[in-house]
Design a protein. Structure first.
Lengths: 240, 533
């Protein structure tokens, strides 16, 4: 997918990227300075990503160069097309699985519902109530306090099986908890080898075959948190 | 038993639906033109050559419905011809310029010029219709053509909306039948995106197999003895999942050590569109003076520095030979050790984006040619397709997979991050409203039916995986966001009009002309089934 390093780019290309990134004096900078500045820009942007680092920086340059980043003004809308609203006037909550340990949740509160609740109960604070169930049994549940202006949240899940469901809960000033919306359940990642690491640790042939599919010639294993956990567990068990 | 592996080479060709006839030239349409003249046409020509060499060559290719639509669109076909003519004109100038000013680049200038001329000639000779040529390769048993979702939607993030997932699958398959005149057995999961339950939807449409990510086997919910070297049966369905072999594909795919990184190969990112004076290059770049690739690239990768040596095709040819042999060596070695250990024959599934070959990796098509040709002399390897494997009555082990993809990290992070998560609020709402329209206005005919069908098209176009990925990758961000907002806004035009029980005829005619895709669309697909209300 990615065949080049930032160092390969010409001065002109680097200047071009830097100008797009808002570097005012790009034309007067040396090649080394441009590379350093661009690395800083992309490092900052990627700091919040667990898998940041050089590969990601390179990937951005690589794909960008083929794709002119215009101002978009040339793409016109058909007559009658209006801007999208920020939110929709309804009370609902939706949850999606981002990866094995994080869910992404977005919600909205209908202005009518808010008005009604405030009339009846006064001010309120907002919570996300997370329930983890396995085979119908409640395994864990907890609240996450969010701001009344928040409309989305990433939820860390520390479970290796079952389902998660999130409720949108309003706690009123008179101490009542009102569940105003509930998400559909999300099936969590459940992994046989995570729970039976000892079994595969004792079966060297099977382990070699399983890892053989996802290990490159340099001995690196495909990037996946669940795979890393399995490998760590197997290492703990000690391969026979 | 002699050791022998079945090798399924599966290529996936896709481009988002980009068609802006309202402008004489539109830059993002170059995505299609570059892929056509550098990947799809060279691939087709190479396969047509090989058909005469050996009957044992087989591979699978998926063309997405959005790509097929553009490949069959007459105005875009004409634009592609104009694109080639413009490259030829530039090539003629380049031959003169290089002869005078850069003799070290003259051989490549001539090669490019001949490539564009030959491409144009071939394109015209086949009536500007390359898909029917691929269909002929399928009829000849060389290629298995594979379907995919209508707009290449990343399906796991829409699993709560069964109507939308079904619409993606059904329209994807109906489009495939319209373009290739045959029902597909295989379904390419966009981005290898799978979730438990998807197999049931695929089964309803007669799909027999799909590809699945490599790590889905080791991270499965049950113990899988075949360890990814045999197709698996997804849960209790009849759908076979063919696990991608990451270890072998990584020989090509790796951004640090893959074959395409070899210093003797052509540098993709050094192009005269960036390097020559604006006055000279202006007619071949984007207005106003936006430097873009022209296709004329004269340097070898060389190293990590700016200084690049001129590209030497004869040196690159030697590397292609070496790399093809090395690739076959790794396949052979894996086969022999697997057979020795298990006394069974593995099925190795090599999935790639088609555009890697020829477009991103200039020498990629020649590499493929060598691999396909030389595999015919390998006793340990047999080129097959998933349908050929299944026709042998192979017993598939049951697999309970988790949600997964081939994106970085193995899950949905690429399509659901801080840059793109906002869009799902809107696409999900559009689907809910489309379901509402289907319930309120079932079985419409004539104008209302067209209006509702256009709404359904806009929903599907908004669901394309390309938009969140571009936002994630921060490439053509503004374009992607604008497209998304346009599709969703267009849907809202229908929704608000239908809520007033009216049809905006003028808008409809323009919208149908602009997004001329999916003639088989039936908005009733969005009608939730009884248990989904």
């Amino acid at each position: 997918m990615v065949l080049i390093k930032i160092e390969s780019l010409s001065q002109k290309e680097l200047e071009h990227i830097a100008i797009q990134e808002g570097v005012q004096d790009a034309a007067s900078l040396s090649r080394e300075e441009l590379i350093e500045i661009l690395r800083d820009i992309y490092d900052d942007e990627r700091d919040d990503e667990a898998q940041g680092g050089e590969d990601n920086i390179q990937r951005r340059f690589v794909t960008w160069l083929t794709d002119y980043r215009g101002d978009g003004s040339e793409v016109t809308s058909l007559p009658g097309v209006e801007d999208l609203p920020e939110l929709y006037p309804e009370t609902s909550i939706h949850v999606m699985m981002k990866n094995a340990t994080w869910l992404y949740c977005y919600w909205s509160l209908s202005p009518l519902d808010v008005e009604k609740i405030e009339e009846e109960h006064g001010r309120f604070s907002t919570f996300l109530h997370v329930e983890l169930k396995d085979g119908g049994l409640l395994v864990d549940s907890y609240d996450i306090s969010v701001g009344n202006d928040d409309v989305e949240w990433n939820i860390n899940i520390n479970a290796n099986r079952g389902q998660a469901r999130v409720q949108l809960v309003l706690e009123t000033s008179d101490g009542k908890r009102l569940t105003v919306a509930q998400s559909r359940p999300v099936t969590l990642v459940s992994c046989y080898w995570l729970e039976h690491a000892g079994e595969i640790a004792q079966n060297e042939d099977l382990l070699r075959r399983e890892l053989g599919l996802i290990t490159n010639r340099e001995g690196q294993i495909l990037t996946c948190e669940t795979v890393q956990l399995i490998v760590q567990k197997i290492e703990k068990e000690g391969v026979r | 038993m002699g050791a022998k592996a079945s090798v399924n080479l599966i290529l996936h060709a896709h481009s988002p639906y980009v068609r802006h006839l309202e402008y004489p030239k539109f830059l993002e349409e170059n995505w299609l033109f570059e892929s056509l003249c550098e990947s799809y046409i060279p691939l087709l020509r190479m396969l047509m050559d090989l058909r005469n060499v050996s009957s044992g060559i087989r591979l699978s290719i998926c063309f997405s419905p959005t790509l097929c639509t553009m490949l069959c669109d007459d105005p875009l076909r004409e634009r592609f011809v104009q694109y080639l003519l413009s490259r030829i004109e530039l090539g003629e100038k380049e031959v003169e310029r290089c002869a005078d000013q850069a003799p070290e680049n003259l051989p490549m200038a001539r090669i490019y010029l001949e490539k564009y001329r030959s491409c144009l000639s071939f394109y015209e000779d086949c009536g500007r219709d390359i898909l029917s040529q691929f269909a002929k390769l399928q009829e000849a048993g060389m290629v298995e053509l594979v379907a995919t979702a209508a707009t290449h939607c990343y399906l796991p993030l829409y699993q709560s909306y069964k109507t939308a997932v079904r619409a993606q699958i059904e329209i994807g398959i109906k489009s495939h039948i319209r373009f290739f005149k045959s029902a597909p057995a295989g379904f390419w999961l966009p981005e290898c995106g799978y979730y438990p339950g998807l197999e049931k939807e695929l089964e309803k449409y007669g799909v027999k197999w799909c590809q699945i990510p490599a790590h889905s086997i080791i991270t499965a919910r049950n113990r899988i003895e075949s360890a990814g070297y045999q197709p698996v049966r997804l849960y209790d369905s009849s759908i076979a999942g063919f696990p991608r072999d990451w270890s072998i594909t990584n020989l090509v795919w790796s951004d640090t050590t893959g074959y395409p990184c070899d210093p003797d190969y052509r540098e993709f990112y050094r192009d005269i569109g960036y390097d020559l004076d604006l006055d000279y290059i202006r007619p071949y770049i984007h207005e106003p003076d936006v430097r873009v690739f022209t296709g004329y690239k004269y340097n070898a990768i060389t190293g990590r520095d700016e200084d690049k040596r001129p590209y030497d095709p004869s040196v690159a040819q030697k590397k292609i030979d070496l790399h093809a042999d090395n690739f076959l060596y790794h396949l052979r070695r894996k086969t022999l050790s697997f057979c020795a250990e298990t006394k069974t024959s593995p099925v190795l599934n090599l999935c790639f984006d088609a555009e890697l070959f020829g477009h991103r990796w200039y020498e990629g098509i020649e590499f493929l040619r060598r691999v396909l040709e030389r595999s015919q002399n390998e006793d340990t390897l047999e080129l097959t397709t998933p349908s050929v494997i299944l026709s042998r009555g192979i017993e598939c082990e049951r697999a309970e997979l988790n949600e997964c993809s081939w994106g970085r990290g193995g899950y949905s992070d690429c399509w659901l991050d801080s840059e793109n998560s906002w869009l799902y609020r809107h696409t999900h709402k559009a689907i809910e409203r489309m379901e509402e329209l289907a319930r309120r206005f079932p079985g419409q005919r004539s104008l209302k039916c067209r209006f509702l069908n256009q709404a359904a098209r806009e929903v599907l176009l908004a669901m394309a995986s390309d938009w969140p990925y571009i936002l994630h990758d921060k490439t053509s961000v503004i374009y992607a966001e604008k497209r998304l907002r346009n599709h969703l806004g267009s849907f809202n035009v229908v929704y608000s009009n239908m809520c007033k029980n009216s049809v905006h005829t003028e808008w409809l005619v323009k919208a149908e002309r602009r997004n001329a895709i999916f003639p088989e669309m039936d908005y009733n697909l969005f009608m939730p089934q009884d248990n989904e209300q």
